[in-house]
Design a protein around this ligand. Structure first.
Ligand code: A3P
Length: 313
C-alpha cells in the first residue's frame, strides 16, 4: 500500500474483529475492511465516469449479482448470456473496490460501460456524482440481508486459508455489529437512506428497487430497467420473447447451475468460490436463524430509520 493511503488509513477509527487482516475502519461514516480502503481512496481520486456508464449499487448481499446478470443481458441483448463458462455475472461486471484489490489495473481492460459497487452514495467518486451517468440501486429487507451476509461470511472464512483456524464471531456478536452499523459498507440503514434520497432528488438518474419487488415481478422490472437504461425492448424483441428469456437466463436456478458447473466452480471471484453468491434466493429466510427478540430489535431500528422516508418492504 502506498505511503499516502497508509497515512490516511492509520488515522481512521478502528473496530477489532477476530480476523486481523479484515480489521474494520470507519471511513467517512461507513465501515470497511482494511483491505478495501486503498481501492476506495484510489477510485475516488482517479475514476472518471462517462455519461454512458451505468453503475449498479448495493449494500452487500442484497441481490447484486442477480442485478449484474440482468443489467448485462439488457445492455448486450444477449440471450446466450453466460453460455460461455467464462462469463458469470460476478466476473463480467466488476465490483470496483473489490476488483481493485485483486487487480489494480482492472479498469484498463474493462470495456463494457457497466460497473458495480457497494460504496455508499456519498462515497462514490465525484465524477460519478457530477456526470449524467445512471445509477441502479438494489436494496433488500434488512433481516434477510443480515442472514445472507452471515452465511456468506462463513463461506468466505472456509475458503480463506489464513482465516480457517480463527474462531468465528458468534451469531449474537455478528448481529450486534450489524445493528451498530459495523459490517462491510455499514450502517445498512444509512446506505439505503442515501440512495433512497438520491432517487427522489434525481429520479431520471437514480433508479431504486428492492430485491422483494424484483422477485415478485421480475419481468415487469426487467422492462422498467431496460427503459431506465435507455435500452427499451422493441416490439420485435417483445414478440420474440427476449425479456422473458432474460428473466429465465438470470433466474436463481439458472445462475446456480452455471456457478456449480465443474469448470466454473474451480475459478473464483477473488477469494470466494463462484457458487457462494447463490445460496437460497428466498424471501424470509431470516426466520430460520434469528430469534424473535433479534427480529424485533432489527425491525425497531428499521422502523425508526425508514418510517419517515416512507420506505417499507
Ligand atoms: P441468500 O443468501 O439469501 O440466498 P449479492 O449478489 O448481493 O451477494 O446477494 C446474494 C443474495 O442474492 C443471496 O441471497 C443469493 O442467493 C441471492 N440471489 C443471487 N442470485 C439470485 C437470483 N437470480 N434470484 C434471486 N436471488 C438471487
Amino acid at each position: 500500500m502506498s505511503m499516502k493511503y497508509k497515512e490516511i488509513i492509520s488515522t481512521l477509527p478502528k473496530h477489532e474483529t477476530p480476523y486481523p487482516p479484515y480489521e474494520f475502519c470507519q471511513y467517512q461514516g461507513f465501515w470497511f475492511p482494511f483491505i478495501l480502503l486503498e481501492g476506495i481512496a484510489f477510485l475516488s481520486e482517479v475514476f472518471k465516469a462517462e455519461s454512458c456508464d451505468i453503475f449498479l449499487c448495493s449494500f452487500p448481499k442484497t441481490g447484486t449479482n442477480w442485478l449484474k446478470a440482468l443489467a448485462f443481458s439488457i445492455m448486450t441483448r444477449s440471450d446466450q448470456l453466460f453460455d460461455d463458462s467464462t462469463k458469470l455475472p460476478q466476473e463480467i461486471v466488476p465490483t470496483m473496490e473489490t476488483d481493485y484489490v485483486l487487480n489494480p489495473t482492472f479498469l484498463d481492460t474493462h470495456e463494457l460501460p457497466l460497473f458495480a459497487t457497494h460504496l455508499p452514495y456519498t462515497l462514490l467518486p465525484q465524477s460519478i456524482l457530477e456526470s449524467d451517468c445512471k445509477i441502479i440501486y438494489i436494496c433488500r429487507e434488512p433481516k434477510d440481508t443480515f442472514v445472507s451476509l452471515w452465511h456468506f461470511t462463513k463461506t468466505v472464512k472456509k475458503n480463506v486459508e489464513e482465516l480457517k483456524d480463527i474462531p468465528s464471531n458468534p451469531l449474537e456478536q455478528a448481529f450486534e455489529n450489524f445493528c451498530e452499523g459495523k459490517s462491510v459498507s455499514g450502517p445498512y440503514w444509512d446506505h439505503v437512506t442515501e440512495y433512497w434520497k438520491a432517487s427522489l432528488d434525481r429520479p431520471d438518474r437514480v433508479f431504486f428497487l428492492t430485491y422483494e419487488d424484483l422477485k415478485s415481478d421480475t419481468l415487469g422490472y426487467v422492462k422498467k430497467l431496460a427503459e431506465f437504461m435507455g435500452k427499451p425492448f422493441s416490439q420485435e424483441e417483445e414478440m420474440q420473447g427476449l425479456p422473458e428469456k432474460i428473466v429465465t437466463r438470470c433466474s436463481f436456478q439458472s445462475l446456480t447451475s452455471l456457478s456449480n458447473l465443474e469448470e466454473n466452480k474451480t475459478r473464483s471471484a477473488g477469494l470466494i468460490s463462484n457458487s457462494a453468491f447463490f445460496r437460497k434466493g428466498e424471501i424470509g429466510d431470516w426466520k430460520n436463524l434469528l430469534t424473535e427478540d433479534m427480529a424485533k430489535s432489527i425491525d425497531q431500528i428499521t422502523q425508526e430509520k425508514f418510517q419517515c422516508l416512507g420506505l417499507t418492504f
